[in-house]
Design a protein. Structure first.
Length: 559
């Protein structure tokens, strides 16, 4: 592996389980088992004195040391109020996630005897700007060169599409993981994977099904023992029940009933949970996934997609049989289970592999033609404009194939374009003609990224030194909406040059890149002078705190 085609690993940083994959010398995506020989690692972190334990041991330790164990940290990504305190030190979700990433990478390094430096990390399509930035920061704290953050359903579709590139089809990726639900329509073609529309719920996942079992058991315990005490106040009982509920849920995917035992305050109650009862307890959760899917299908119609060919199921929680039969009933299509635990990491690895080969191609072509090529997607247009010839591209692909040992068709297939959409709308707080504060959306959700949009703001007074812009994220695709229907994600402060008149337009440019990150620039229009923009995102770790976390992560040993 040369510098030009550096290995880029794919990481599925899941709410409940995570995994890492790479593409082997035959061009096949392979999951790398962890030190415990498991293909997935529980996303659970145990602060054990001076060391950090991640995975199965941490999950088991949660029974005994519930206060030292952090689970489901992904649900707190980009969440400013989440702080975990251990030994008077504060840890944010990004840093705790970094430990999970470190564990995956360390084990992979041991397995392969090769250092993990460059990674592609996945996140739910549903993640907004802050959660995405937080995911990237987690990778950086772990010491990686984060090549890209890509959406989980896109990764699954890449893995799925890579199986048979000759067959063009529109698929719905129905992804119910441990903590999140995403449903995404993807158009898979020979040379592209294009996301059409996405929807879902950041706070709906297998864990909610577990919680319903927990609540049911608590009720039964109270009935049986005659107590009205909330046994979940006891952290040991809470942890114990969480683990038993998850186990019971998994068994109920195979069998019609399962026993569950709960011990609290010296009393032990044993119950049998039937699948029928479990379905009844969780019916509304399942219906929510169906409603979100229908909503997304309606939006897809606005983009000219009235139909789809297949539904593929990813995410461990799609193993529940009631989910599969309900989907079939609602959409008259038999859903296909597609490698639910591994497809996301594998898709991320294939995408990373593609990026690595793309680097090689771009460098080769640059040497050959003396042309600067920004990204692989620019090549077709450059050929059309006669800046590059198909022969140059073919020769460069052949050279990369010779150098890497991959076949020419697989190097050519790495030129596949991947297009995403933004899952949220972004706008700013502005005043309407009635002088009321409203959110004015500049980029609407389900717009293909990258996208650049401009908007003018006006100086209010002469010699104004700053303009403050509140940047808002929302889930509607209305252009104007009340402020309370959106969330503040950042503030941008424009530092204006002195001597400007009142009412001067300042042009603000919002650029959303392909991974859904927002970049803001501003220009003072009278002189076309660039204006300094200071963006503040309290929700994502930054500055000194980020540096400290990075340093701490380098020193810490993760087991
Ligand atoms: P993921 O985030 O994709 O790894 O999905 C993890 C979720 O899938 C967790 O909530 C698991 O409890 C759930 N899960 C895994 N296997 C099963 C199964 N056999 N039946 C039901 N849920 C499962």
């Amino acid at each position: 592996m040369t510098e030009q085609t550096k290995r880029i690993f794919g990481i599925d940083l899941g709410t409940t389980y995570s995994s890492i994959a790479y593409v082997d010398e035959f061009g096949k995506a392979v999951i790398i088992p962890n030190a415990e020989s498991e293909r997935v690692t529980p996303s659970v972190v145990f602060f054990d004195e001076d060391s950090i334990v991640v995975g199965d041991v941490a999950k088991e330790s949660s029974k005994i040391y519930p206060n030292e164990v952090v689970s489901f940290v992904k649900r707190s990504m980009g969440e400013p109020n989440f702080i975990f305190v251990y030994n008077s030190e504060e840890y944010r979700a990004e840093e705790i996630s970094a430990y999970i990433l470190k564990k995956l990478a360390q084990d992979a390094e041991q397995h392969l005897g090769e250092k993990v430096t460059d990674v592609v990390i996945t996140c739910p399509a549903y993640f907004g700007i802050n959660e995405r930035e937080a995911t990237r920061k987690a990778g950086e704290i772990a010491g990686f060169n984060v090549r890209q953050i890509i959406n989980e359903p896109t990764a699954a579709a890449i893995a799925y599409g890579s199986l048979d590139l000759s067959d063009e089809r529109v698929v719905l990726v129905f992804d119910l993981g441990g903590g999140t639900f995403d449903v995404t329509m993807i158009d898979i073609r020979k040379d592209s994977v294009e996301v059409i529309c996405t929807g879902g719920d950041h706070n709906l996942g297998g864990k909610d099904w577990d919680d319903r079992i927990v609540a049911h058991i608590v009720d039964l315990f109270q009935n049986e023992t005659g107590t009205d005490e909330d046994i979940l106040d006891d952290p040991d009982t809470w942890q114990d029940l969480q683990l038993s509920a998850e186990k019971a849920k998994k068994i109920l995917s195979q069998r019609p009933k399962t026993p569950i035992a709960v011990t609290h305050g010296g009393e032990r109650v044993k119950v049998v949970l039937e699948r029928k009862k479990f379905i009844e307890l969780t019916e509304d959760l399942l219906e929510r996934t169906i409603d979100f899917t229908k909503e997304m299908l309606e939006e897809a119609k606005n983009k000219g997609y009235n139909d789809f060919d297949e539904i593929i199921l990813v995410g461990g929680a799609t193993r529940m049989p009631q989910l599969q039969s309900r989907i079939k009933e609602a959409f008259s299509v038999t859903p296909k289970m597609f490698d639910p635990d591994e497809s996301i990491a594998k898709g991320a690895a294939i995408y990373g592999w593609k990026l690595g080969l793309n680097d090689g191609m771009i460098q080769r072509l640059a040497i050959k033609t003396n042309k600067h090529i920004e990204k692989i997607d620019d090549i077709p247009e450059m050929i059309e404009n006669k800046e590059l010839s198909p022969k140059d591209v073919k020769e460069a692909a052949q050279e990369v194939a010779d150098e890497t040992g991959y076949t020419l068709p697989s190097v050519e297939s790495s030129m596949l374009t991947v297009k995403n959409v933004t899952s949220k709308s972004f706008g700013v707080v502005a005043h309407n003609p009635k002088d009321e504060e409203i959110v004015f959306n500049i980029v609407l959700r389900n717009t293909t990224v990258p996208i650049t949009q401009k908007k003018d703001f006006y100086t209010a007074v002469k010699d104004q030194s700053t303009v403050l812009i509140r940047i808002m994220e929302s889930e509607t695709n209305r252009v104007e909406l009340p402020v309370d229907q959106a969330v503040d994600i950042k503030t941008a402060i424009l530092n204006l040059p002195p001597g400007l008149p009142a009412d001067l337009p300042i042009e603000i440019t919002f650029s959303l890149n392909e991974e859904g990150r927002l970049h803001i620039t501003a220009m003072e229009t009278s002189d076309a002078r660039q204006v300094e923009v200071v963006v503040d995102t309290a929700s994502v770790i930054q500055g000194e705190e980020f540096e400290k976390a990075k340093e701490r992560s380098q020193k810490l040993v993760v087991h």
